[in-house]
Design a protein around this ligand. Sequence first.
Ligand code: G4P
Length: 538
Amino acid sequence: MLQCAPMTEPALTTEIKNAIAKRRTFAIISHPDAGKTTLTEKLLLYSGMIQTAGMVRGRKGGKVAVSDWMGMEQERGISITASAMQFPYKNAIINVLDTPGHQDFSEDTYRTLTAADCAIMVIDAAKGVETQTRKLFAVCRLRGIPVMTFVNKMDMYGREPLDLMHEVEEVLGIHSSAINWPVGGGREFTGVVDRRTQELLLFTKKSVGGASKAAVERISLKDPDVKNHVSEDLWKKLHNELELLEVAGNPYNHENFLRGQVTPVFFASALNNFGVEPFFDAFVNMAPPPGPRPADTPSGEIIIDPVENDFSAYVFKLQANMNPKHRDSTAFLRICSGRFERDLVVKHHRLNKELRLSRPHSMLAQDRNTVDLAYPGDVVGVINPGIFSIGDTISLKGGFNFKPLPSFQPEIFARVRPKDVAKRKSFDKGVEQMTAEGTVQMLSSWDGLEFFVAAVGRLQFDVLQYRLKAEYNVDTLLETLPFQSSAWLMGDPETFDPPVAVLKTRDRQGRPVILFKTAWDKDYTARKCPNHPLADMA
Ligand code: G4P
């Protein structure tokens, strides 16, 4: 049992400062199959949390994924809901925010990024920057969070490293700076050169499929014998590329990394454990600890400092019935300042109400570990008796509100109704609950007679239908609508006369939202209706 005895102010400040300095709270962003799950698992392997890799990733072997919560995830073998895992890695405390890694993604994925202090972008060396990575990177950019790049699968024959660096710059519009450089690719990928220490790191597999750590040998590039460790051709190529990087590559600048202007790039193979540990070590060194966050007060914006301010946090995710054994709902809090203690009495800003944070827990698979103490950067789940909404701020003394979370532009829309009309009441209750949780967004027709659901990804609809059935016992019919784009309508809605076919809806706050069949239709309407500007819903 951890001791929560009252502390003197300076002792508490030191405790919080130390806790913050150790914390790294991040999300992994990638396109499905790039290796996010494998990398997460290797982080668990190298931190000593698991002794053998293959348990988390081996979905096809029927083993349980660490972040598998809902029955549906297990049925489909995918990770849908974003959650967080915490564990020590060497001297650091790692908080990995689990972003859904599926063909389709949801607003949950985006919102999770608001709780991260930095991101690791995993790129498949053969495929380069793919769609989902691009979309997630855009959210990191919006928030100005630093991004480290992990070029994975170097053991497969992929693209030239220089070509991949160039693509990151071109497609994402960020400078890339190589921290290490691969020795060969495909079968010849045996190591990397650490450009900072000027060492050649050679890796040797110690097990089939990278189940256990790889052995590493470090040789200084100044060692006259160094070139004898690789073939003559590889050495020549390596030598030329390293020279080219020195002359033409972007130097690494830490300040620019923290500002999100340059991404440090690492080449590796997560599966073989080649280059994985040096990457994690560099990550802990380079990634920022939890920092200050802006908040609003009635008299203007203030900055909440993680050490100086008392406890504060905000809700970035809500989830009901994660585990059928516990039929309750959970609000996930990202702690922003001060020290969190079990049973802390806090102020709920929006409701202007005091409440006790009871039964807080952190998560690893189906286990719930009760949290006694937590610090900025940590994520805790607290029981939600229906009082939390996404974006709510809680704090010890109250008086401020963290900036509202952005809501993201829906790209797909549907009409949904219960198969059995007698189930209307349960249906309405379920849809209401899931809209509050942010599973989907809800729109209604201007006459208020019809309801539509809107989402960033198709998966959100699947989750809605699944949960309506599993939790509310309602089978539903869902008809996807032929609209792909949306915008808030400014100006007088009564006089809006669009030149193309649109669907006129309102969001939950009653603001007019127009749905367009194509992005072209939207642009055309904006040009033809200058008195009715269209605002993006982001
Ligand atoms: P994701 O979470 O980003 O979707 O990707 P995941 O880690 O599940 O990896 C997708 C596939 O890529 C897996 O193969 C995994 O073994 C493979 N992979 C990951 N890292 C590397 C790497 O460094 N080198 C190589 N060669 N492959 C890698 P799978 O066949 O789809 O799954 P499984 O049967 O191995 O579980």
